[in-house]
Design a binder for this molecule. Structure first.
Ligand code: NAD
Length: 320
């Protein structure tokens, strides 16, 4: 079992990273949690709870491409492992401006990997189900599925996964990869599907849906993912890949309708816009390995977590 004594977490000011901070701070053996984040538009300092209140948290503003800085942090805090989540994550942006996805998601991961090797530290690479590309129903992609990415985002993540895997084969480096399905939950950037739909519905604005809206995603609550990432880091076999999914497939149109129903708004607000180029029809992962080998299970029922997100955003946007 890997030690959670002193962890370097990249991307902690983002959506999943901030859920992971909260989960890690509940771990009894954690002494240092070092957050490295460059605070891009997607990162938010307010997502980092209690840097003043919890003496175990240290926030460092910096780039994952800065190998010297990463090395310094690993040494200074005598880190026992790296959980690497920092990335450019928005598919639409990867179509408009792929270069920064290559820089951060591929070159940045390479820097993290090199620093981990120099210091003999285990690396958890946080990846995505999007690397498998579109999966035809009723099949679900297990970890042996070929990589078949469609967008610059998913291609950059698939590339990083391969570089990380090769470091194990060539150098014997201690790496583990987690591939997560679509996350929802608190503190998600409003550019992503569920927050966008809720924001628009609350303002009685039209809800933009790409194409037919029949694209299927497998939704998982971010707290379940955070527990899963900890489990993969602690117990995952070196060089192995673990899918994290909740077996909760919904079309984008179903999600839009559910938002409108919960907020008591008319379905006429749905606006089908031109489809995204290379838009994958369905993602679906088989998470049996994580369940059987790591004893992990997603806990939160979708309806409960989804209504909670809508409720919290409604209060945040309409405090009165
Ligand atoms: N959100 C999902 O549904 C989902 C699904 C599967 C996998 N993932 C993966 O999980 C990880 C986290 O995703 P998220 O949704 O929390 O992302 P996010 O966009 O909410 O947060 C990304 C964080 O990384 C930081 N960052 C970006 N570039 C950086 C750089 N060069 N140096 C340092 N920090 C940088 C940002 O400031 C931000 O805080 C990513 O690796 C993503 O590919 C996400």
């Amino acid at each position: 079992m890997r030690s959670l004594r002193s962890i370097l977490l990249t991307g902690g000011a983002g959506f999943i990273g901030s859920a992971l901070i909260r989960a890690l701070l509940h771990q009894p053996h954690l002494e240092h949690l070092v957050i490295l984040d460059s605070l891009t538009y997607a990162g938010n300092r307010a997502n980092l709870i209690g840097p003043d209140q919890d003496p175990r948290l240290n926030f460092i503003e910096g780039d994952v491409g800065d190998e010297a800085l990463i090395s310094k942090l690993l040494k200074e805090f005598r880190c026992s492992g790296i959980m690497h989540l920092a990335a450019e994550t928005h598919v639409d942006q990867s179509i408009e401006n792929p270069a920064k996805f290559i820089t951060t998601n591929i070159n940045g991961t390479f820097s993290i990997l090199n620093a981990a090797r120099c210091h003999g530290v285990a690396l958890l690479q946080c990846s995505t189900d999007e690397v498998y590309g579109p999966i035809v129903a009723p099949t679900k992609a297990d970890e042996s599925f070929p990589l078949n990415p469609s967008s610059p985002y998913s291609a950059s993540k698939a590339s990083a996964d391969l570089i990380v895997q090769a470091a194990h084969r060539t150098f014997g480096q201690e790496i583990i990869i987690a591939r997560c399905s679509n996350n929802y939950g608190p503190r998600q950037h409003r550019e992503k599907l569920i927050p966008t739909l809720i924001h628009h519905a609350l303002r009685d604005e039209s809800l933009p849906i790409y194409g037919s809206g029949k694209q299927i995603r497998d939704w998982i609550h971010v707290d379940d993912t955070a527990r899963g990432l900890i489990r993969v880091f602690e117990k995952g076999e070196t060089s192995r890949i673990y899918n994290l999914g909740a077996n909760c497939e919904r079309t984008n149109l179903e999600i839009a309708r559910a938002v409108l129903k919960t907020l008591n708004k008319p379905e006429t607000l749905i606006d089908h816009i031109e489809d995204r180029p290379g838009h994958d029809t369905r993602y679906a992962v088989d998470a049996t390995r994580s369940m059987n080998e790591l004893g992990w299970r997603p806990k939160l029922p979708f309806q409960t977590g989804f209504e909670k997100v809508i409720h919290e955003l409604s209060i945040a946007l309409n405090p009165d």
